[in-house]
Write a new protein. Structure first.
Length: 117
């Protein structure tokens, strides 16, 4: 099983980034997918979740209105479009896969997003 995040980097305040998470080794379409983030010195927190078919999404208040989660069940990839980024959005962003029924939860290794001028 692999979850490989990409798309992180350095961006100026107000800028945008699109994160991707490529999944392999499990039946992607049977898993809800989420993005979490962990800022330095803080606990990991949920950013957004999308249902296994892509029909339902939920967003944390911290980034609601500035992020969009989406998925492609053919490419086995989940995305996080982030806009109007703020300095406080600086964090490592992690991809998470949770089965719709019972089973293991999977995590990626994360991608660093740094928002700085």
């Amino acid at each position: 099983v692999q979850l490989v995040e990409s798309g992180g980097g350095l961006v100026q305040p107000g800028g945008s980034l699109r994160l991707s998470c490529a999944a392999s080794g499990f039946t992607f379409s049977r898993y809800a997918m989420s993005w979490y983030r962990q800022a330095p010195g803080k606990e990991r927190e949920l950013v957004a979740t999308i249902g296994n078919a892509g029909g339902t999404t939920n967003y944390a208040n911290s980034m609601k209105g500035r992020v969009t989660i989406s998925r492609d069940n053919v490419k086995n990839t989940v995305y996080l479009q982030m806009n109007v980024l703020r300095i406080e959005d600086t964090a490592v962003y992690y991809c998470n896969a949770r089965p719709m029924y019972s089973g293991l939860v999977y995590w990626g290794k994360g991608t660093l997003v740094t928002v700085s001028s």
